[in-house]
Write a protein that binds this ligand. Sequence first.
Ligand code: ADE
Ligand code: ZN
Length: 317
Amino acid sequence: MPKAELHLHLEGTLEPELKLLLSKENQVVLEQKTVAEIKKSYQFDSLTSFLQVYYSGMSVLQKEEDFYRLALDYLKKAKEHNVRYVELFFDPQAHTTRGVAFDTVIKGYARAVSDSQALFGIESALVMCFLRDLSAESAEETLTAALPYKELILGVGLDSDERDNPPIKFKKVFKKAQEIGWHTTMHCDIDQEDSIEHIEQALLDIGVERIDHGTNIVENPRLVEYIKEKGIGLTCCPVSNSFVVEDMKGKEMLKLLQEGVKVTLNSDDPAYFQSYISDDFVALSQKYPLAPKEIAQLAKNSFEIAWISDERKAQYF
Ligand code: ADE
Ligand code: ZN
């Protein structure tokens, strides 16, 4: 099946081989000395334990070329999984806070985006995420730094540690993003205590067009009805979920899908969870009773909620 991937963190595609290679090239000292040791360190039992490894691994990304290579390596793999369209999340603050210029990050990623069609036949776009465990002021500074590159960015998102960092904290910066004309989405993670409150804020106070993860919405029929009516989709990540909470949340995904919600499947951080997008389809369908029609619907939904024109959607699926 042709696939679109809408929830993919570029920094989450850093494979151990590239991490090791860049650490040598850029003389960044890593705790692990071999690919096997790096692989062994990719063990998580919560979002917090994952995020620690995720952020520390990024220290090897230094030059524009490193960001280009990271994105290009992912796109090459995505082609093998028949991905035709991808919206790539990236975390500028994870780099600017350690001294790498915004300019370096976006130029490297944007070059990969512009090469992706010619090299792999994949259309791609960048979605800039704010780190929600940093301040709202830091998010606004990031938005300001991004303004000269406005045309290279399709939308903005919100990721990282959700605890005590509700959507409402970023109301002002998201309003600015919407005024610029950027699309908006937000993570509403599955392990969050105030999940429904956060989902409600994201939908009603911020007015996001999609929710990343968001399966906890199943607990609230009123909000389920709301997203159905508005055609707001969920970008779910079964294998990632199984690392964070030992549950793919397949039951919830299936229930929402059968109710007509635009549920989609995505890989999130494929290098860390060792699962690229087709693996997520396989993992979910092996564990849950998905009919072939439902599997196709999941893939179709991704094109339907992608931030592309209706004509493009029809061409893809
Ligand atoms: N950053 C990268 N992956 C993430 C995830 N699954 N949740 C929150 N922040 C992230
Ligand atoms: Zn994510």
